[in-house]
Design a binder for this molecule. Structure first.
Ligand code: GLY
Ligand code: MN
Ligand code: MN
Length: 541
């Protein structure tokens, strides 16, 4: 399409009988009415401003567009932070939030947004753009400019005590002209005097500031080691302090210094982690919808599955249900793995042509208005668990039940992992699959939980106590690939059960309750009729 677009436009320009495009594609159409409101986004900007130190500005860029194939891009996905603070979902944009009101002649502002300009000719090919007027009218910003104007806009970034910014996108896409992301980023780096090498270093310092403990000096040193030869690392006094004396006391000293003088990048991470970790009521409406849609889809896939189905067909059923209920996208590439494929944690090929009489692990979650669900169900394609499958399934289920009891305000996040390992290891020992609790990682190689929201692995912080309003996953799993050092009867059993939980003051709310979870309910659902039953497609010629 893109190639044709270029060719067609050349033809159109060459022929004076073809009028230039002047249509406004913003004509009446039926659209969802439950988007986040301008007031929500304005409230989030104010919450950010409230956290920022005196004399500071926060700068948030759009994500780059990415190539799918030659002249075709992937469907664009907005930077969740930019979306959270503005509602803007297009590329080539930058948002600035100022702590203090900035004087500007007779007028003033405390936020600016630079957005893609309207271009009716291009919009006929690649879709509608909001443009300056649309951003004012639909997103409620007062000071909106075309991105081309960022370079000459009189902002002296050096006058601010703190410039707060996220990791600046390195891949800034193909376009390098005025108003492109590349130009926005280059302008910002020049004006704010940000060095190319700073980003990785700042990121590492942020990680030390967040995760260093008196016990993990060796891990921290191993983590930064590959970059110690870099110029920025050689010139950084904190890194050099660690290199000169890599012990726990130095690490704690460096951590305290980082905390006392955090970088703009560390501040951005901290503020967005704190803000996005606890969901606002408006966000919960969308997140619950996303999880509800995904849960229906899982139940429908259980009803529809037959041993003759392919992994991809099951994926298609899930995606159809998502679209049916209005989800724009999936929060991550769908994972549909039968038998041994279910033991590959992020299996994305979904290429087995028949799922056969095996367990099928489906980790598939919709994205609704930006909010991602993350739900996994594991079920027998023929509707009946074998004794071995049931035994493993029950262990995972019981671990989940134990972890659910911890899902409340004030519980340290780490307790969820400790409990999971305790349950899984003791039960695997009882079945003779492992001999020692230390071996549990062989069959349970991932973590039990992460935050969920605009990112599937959302911001929210991990070394912290759970807080009411957080939404997290609870996802224990056991994976026993063929060749594992245990009785062959367990081979090719991969079970993950993943649910999404809203943390409350006194307990959690299971958001994915509509996806059957007990093995008895899974079997019962599998025996039910599906709306996909009986549809007969002709054979391809
Ligand atoms: N679907 C990715 C995960 O469970 O983390
Ligand atoms: Mn997950
Ligand atoms: Mn998942």
């Amino acid at each position: 399409m893109k190639f044709l677009a270029k060719g067609f436009l050349v033809a159109a320009l060459a022929c004076c009988t073809v009028p230039a495009f002047s249509q406004d594609y913003n004509g009446p159409q039926s659209l969802p009415t439950d988007y986040l409101t301008p007031a929500f986004h304005a409230g989030r900007r104010q919450a950010l401003r409230d956290m920022m130190p005196a004399n500071s500005v926060a700068v948030i860029f759009a994500y780059p567009e990415r190539i799918f194939s030659k002249d075709v891009n992937y469907v664009y996905h907005a930077n969740p932070d930019l979306y959270y603070f503005s509602g803007y979902k297009e590329p080539d944009a930058v948002l600035l939030v100022f702590k203090e009101v900035q004087a500007d002649g007779d007028s003033s502002y405390n936020e600016l947004i630079f957005v893609r300009h309207r271009d009716p000719a291009q919009e006929q090919w690649t879709g509608r753009r909001l443009g300056v007027a649309g951003v004012k009218a639909q997103l409620g910003f007062k000071r909106v400019y075309n991105s081309e104007e960022f370079a000459k806009f009189p902002i002296d970034f050096k006058k601010f005590k703190t410039v707060i910014y996220d990791a600046i996108p390195e891949e800034v896409g193909e376009g390098s002209g005025a108003g492109s992301l590349k130009e926005l980023v280059t302008t910002f780096k020049t004006k704010a005097d940000i060095k190319e090498t700073d980003k990785r270093l700042l990121n590492d310092l942020g990680i030390i500031g967040q995760y260093a403990t008196p016990k993990n000096i060796d891990r921290i040193m191993a983590f930064i080691k590959p970059r110690l030869d870099g110029e920025a690392y050689k010139n950084d006094p904190l890194i050099q302090e660690l290199v000169a004396k890599p012990d726990s006391a130095t690490l704690m000293d460096v951590k305290a210094k980082i905390a006392a003088n955090p970088s703009g990048l560390a501040l951005f991470t901290k503020y967005t982690t704190d803000l996005r970790g606890v969901k606002q009521p408006e966000e919960l409406v969308l997140l619950k919808k996303s999880v509800e849609i995904s849960s229906f889809a899982h139940a429908e896939a259980m009803r529809a599955v037959t041993p003759k189905m392919s992994e991809r067909e099951l994926e298609g059923i899930m995606l159809y249900v998502h679209k049916k209920y209005g989800a724009e996208d999936e929060g991550y590439p769908p994972i549909v793995g039968a038998g041994g494929n279910g033991c590959i944690l992020h299996y994305e090929e979904n290429s087995a042509t028949e799922v056969k009489n095996q367990l099928v692990l489906m980790d598939v979650g919709a994205e609704y208005h930006g909010y991602s669900a993350d739900v996994t169900r594991t079920f027998p394609a023929n509707g009946k668990f074998t004794e071995e499958q049931k035994a493993i399934y029950q262990i995972v289920y019981d671990a989940q039940e134990e972890v659910f009891k911890l899902c409340k305000d004030g519980i340290p996040y780490g307790d969820l992992e400790t409990k999971t390992r305790e349950v899984l290891s003791s039960r695997l020992i009882a079945l003779g699959i492992i001999k020692d609790a230390k071996e549990v990682g062989k069959y349970y190689p991932h973590g039990v939980s992460h935050h969920l929201g605009l990112d599937v692995h959302d911001k929210g912080g991990y070394g912290v106590p759970l807080k009411a309003g957080m939404v997290i996953t609870v996802e224990p799993g056991i994976y026993i690939p063929a060749g594992s050092p245990c009785d062959k009867k367990w081979w090719n059993i991969g079970v993950r059960i993943e649910d999404d939980v809203l943390i409350g003051k006194t307990g959690g709310t299971l958001l994915s309750i509509d996806a059957p979870r007990k093995w008895q309910d899974v079997e019962k659902t599998a025996a039910e009729k599906s709306i996909f039953d009986g549809g007969k497609f002709p054979e391809l010629k």
